[in-house]
Design a protein around this ligand. Sequence first.
Ligand SMILES: NC(=O)c1ccc[n+]([C@@H]2O[C@H](COP(=O)([O-])OP(=O)(O)OC[C@H]3O[C@@H](n4cnc5c(N)ncnc54)[C@H](O)[C@@H]3O)[C@@H](O)[C@H]2O)c1
Ligand SMILES: [Fe+2]
Length: 403
Amino acid sequence: MYKLYCRIYQNVLRGASYFAPWRRPELVEGKKSLNKLPKLIKNKGINSVLIVTDKGITSLGLMDGLLKGLKEVNIEFTVYDKTVPNPTIDNIEEAVEIFRVKNCEGIIAFGGGSSMDCAKGVGARIARPDKSIASMKGIIKIRKNIPQLFAVPTTSGTGSEATIAAVITDNRTHEKYAINDMALIPHYAVLDPMITVGLPPHITSTTGMDALTHAVEAYIGKSNTEETKELSKNAVKLIFANIYEAYSKGENLEARENMQKASYYAGLSFTRAYVGYVHAIAHSLGGVYGIPHGLANAVILPYVLEYYGDSVYKPLAELSDLVGIADLKDTREEKTKKFIQSIKDLNKKMEIPTQISGIRESDIPLMVERAFKEANPLYPVPRILSKKDLLNIFNMIKDHVEQ
Ligand SMILES: NC(=O)c1ccc[n+]([C@@H]2O[C@H](COP(=O)([O-])OP(=O)(O)OC[C@H]3O[C@@H](n4cnc5c(N)ncnc54)[C@H](O)[C@@H]3O)[C@@H](O)[C@H]2O)c1
Ligand SMILES: [Fe+2]
């Protein structure tokens, strides 16, 4: 009965989504395209911006050229760089205060998913000063335009530059959840591969596996469209062909550019076709332990795909064919197994562990509850899992148990 309810809920949303005002960010792309951003902002009549980023980025000086360019065209800016991985409500409130005090007119989100989501949270609060972040959890609670948002992704992973989501952590309850609204789709996305060249190998691999998880979860879900299937396929192909190169030879600009595109395509795909249990579990681990999002997804992805069983044989056999790892005479089941194995192999080659350490037995029931609530009834997963199933998965992914 519950499963039927979930499927009806998903079908209603699927139907409604055909009428939703989907839009894509305007792209500014290619090597050194970041140099074009100051003039673009100026031409929009914006004279003062808030830049949301993190300490890692400012300490590397990654924004220096951008700041110089903003000065040259007389755009005032204030940098908020206290964003933490798994950004918090406190981050957002601090940055909102600066936006107001400095009379900012636009927002530059400069960084990985954490900075981009923090910037989106700021936009949401500016659009709806009457609503708290907590009250915007879920779908379509903003319904008003946010200030012009210029997203500059510096990891190739989250695809947040293309999505309706901002994933926020409540630093009091340690709950991590998404606010989803068309209003949060950035107005511009700058895809400049030069910014990702210095991304360390471990962050390259884990954020890249996040992008793969988006593409795969969207592809196997039941709300994909012809367009999202195509986007997912493009992303999967690009990631299989480039992730190891980007990880092992970070200076390879072509590999970096391809990973950036893949992440963007995967973002476009999942924002329409949703993610699934991999993300729901990863978010619960991110909220409770602060485990980096990409790392959690990379570890969990093969377990959940195996757990889905024959419900994913068809789509995963297709992806297996797509990346050329299957034999013509293989059955769908064999192709699926090869696809899952190739994800495990990639993880291994990039020194991503097979399990997550530090999970406390006593925290598992709460995380099961949260993952179940996040995924059901919203995510159109190939097979609806019970709390018992999620518990089984937690028991598979946990490394040593700390009481
Ligand atoms: N909104 C969405 O649609 C969406 C989708 C997936 C994930 N997310 C969220 O995004 C967050 C994760 O984002 P992330 O994986 O991009 O990581 P992140 O933004 O947390 O960054 C990870 C680390 O990488 C560093 N870094 C970033 N770019 C760098 C560069 N070019 N060179 C050197 N160091 C760099 C940062 O300083 C930081 O220390 C999570 O909170 C996750 O839930 C959001
Ligand atoms: Fe993700």
